[in-house]
Design a protein around this ligand. Structure first.
Ligand code: PHE
Length: 447
């Protein structure tokens, strides 16, 4: 979205498509499934669902509330609302940490987007057909072991993002989102049905939904909350920026509910598709970030019509990753545009080159630079952990606290039009339950 044309979303549907385009991405399929696998299954899933409902929804509504009032980019919106309300200018930190988070996330997101592109090509060439688990694992490890290949795909993915953002055609993608998202959804259902034929569906369901609470720790709860922020694109000012384009007539709570349900469904379906394949092939759920790349190709390589379905899947996954990546690059570009005399195209290039360079450090974590750089984590894990477990929850906390404590209460009630009980509920959740929950999880996770 260009700051020059501060138009409004033409309709509620367009807005939902844009928000869902940002929310649904690699986070739902790649990150959700590997986090579930790594964090012991159902206990993680249930805590994640609770975080989405109790924290995700109020933070999402808060970001939109703030954005719709400010009508500017997140930093200026926070500066102006704080000034108007007589609050400290320190609130602009929310906008700034959002831009930083978007920058850091995009650097490793693009590396995984590159994997998805590479697997799109692999599907075309039939690289997976008839292969067993060992061979498929070998393909993936071959990709990881080669910094050159990873760099090529990371670069290709960033180029696609830059091309779209530099041309300012982001809005033109909504038409595509309208068809690609339902297609992705249907494909996930097909994969779940395939999962039912593996003979290990029950085991997978119980892994995902029958909790072994002993797997739960402060760290797992923090990871689940981080995943909730990541998957809903919260704590980055992105939804705040979107809110600034939102017409007065749009009902924030019901819109948030729709976006959240869509996003969560995609993630749950992804899990239901992936874990039967994991168990049927004797793979480990805790495989790590490669989980979908060593499971789904196995399914595609061995099912009827798998070649074409696999191709469709990786094209759709790449597309979903692109729409999310675009929403990550936008705030960084806007920041550069605003703070320097640069116009859109050079600003996009500078932002993208910086992201790309950091991405190189991230991709080397899988091969030549697989060494701890801080807190015992390599660059890739550090970027992922620092953003999802630290920056996003804290920025989101800032947004909800500002919306609940600093915006005029009466006008918020009028805006949300919830009725007396709804108001009381909103009040309790946004002022106390969600912020205290975030602080609790945060502190508990770090101890
Ligand atoms: N929500 C996106 C996903 O799940 C990732 C993303 C995070 C996009 C933050 C924008 C901002 O893939």
């Amino acid at each position: 979205m260009s700051k020059l044309s501060h138009a409004q979303w033409s309709s509620k549907m367009t807005f939902i498509l844009a928000a869902a385009g940002s929310a649904v991405g690699l986070g739902n399929i790649w990150r959700f499934s590997y986090m579930v696998g790594e964090s012991g299954g159902a206990a993680f899933v249930l805590v994640y669902l609770a975080c989405v409902a109790l924290v995700g929804l109020p933070v999402l509504v808060s970001e939109w509330l703030i954005g719709r009032r400010g009508q500017k980019n997140p930093i200026n919106t926070m500066a102006e609302l704080a000034r108007k309300g007589g609050h400290s200018q320190a609130w602009t930190l929310i906008g700034i940490s959002g831009v930083v988070a978007a920058f850091l996330i995009l650097s490793f997101y693009s590396v995984i987007g590159g994997w998805s592109l590479s697997y799109t090509l692999g599907s075309v060439t039939g690289a997976f057909s008839g292969k067993d688990a060992d061979a498929i694992g070998g393909l993936f490890n071959g990709l990881l072991a080669s910094p050159g290949k990873l760099l090529l795909w990371h670069t290709a993915f960033m180029l696609l993002v830059v091309f779209i953002v530099a041309r300012g055609v982001t809005k033109g993608l909504e038409g595509a989102v309208r068809t690609m998202m339902p297609a992705l959804f249907i494909l996930m259902v097909v994969l779940v049905i395939y999962g039912m034929t593996t003979g290990h569906f029950g085991e997978a369901m119980s892994f995902m939904f029958n909790p072994d609470w002993s797997a739960l720790s402060g760290g797992v709860v923090l990871a689940a909350m981080g995943q909730a922020f990541f998957t809903l694109s919260l704590g980055m000012g992105i939804m705040m920026a979107y809110g600034s384009y939102l017409g007065e007539d749009v009902d924030l709570i019901s819109t948030a509910r729709t976006v959240i349900i869509l996003d969560t469904l995609v993630a749950i379906l992804a899990g239901m598709a992936i874990f039967p394949i994991v168990f049927a092939n004797g793979l480990s759920p805790g495989e790590g970030p490669g989980l979908i790349f060593v499971t789904l190709p196995l399914a595609f390589g061995n099912m009827t019509g798998g070649t074409i379905l696999g191709l469709m899947f990786f094209v759709l996954l790449t597309f979903a990753a692109l729409t999310s990546a675009i929403s990550l690059l936008e705030p960084v570009v806007e920041f550069v545009e605003e703070r320097t005399p640069l116009t859109r195209v050079p600003a996009t290039l500078i932002a993208a080159v910086a992201v790309w360079a950091l991405g190189i450090a991230a991709l080397m974590s899988f091969n030549v630079w697989d060494a701890p750089v801080a807190f015992g984590l390599n660059v890739f894990d550090l970027l992922d952990t620092f953003t999802s477990k630290f920056l996003l929850p804290l920025t989101g906390l800032g947004a909800i606290v500002f919306a609940a404590w600093c915006l005029d209460r009466e006008s918020v009630h009028r805006e949300l039009s919830l009725g007396a009980t709804g108001n009381a509920l909103w009040h309790a959740t946004s002022r106390y339950i969600a912020p205290i929950g975030v602080i609790f999880v945060f502190v508990g996770g770090l101890l």
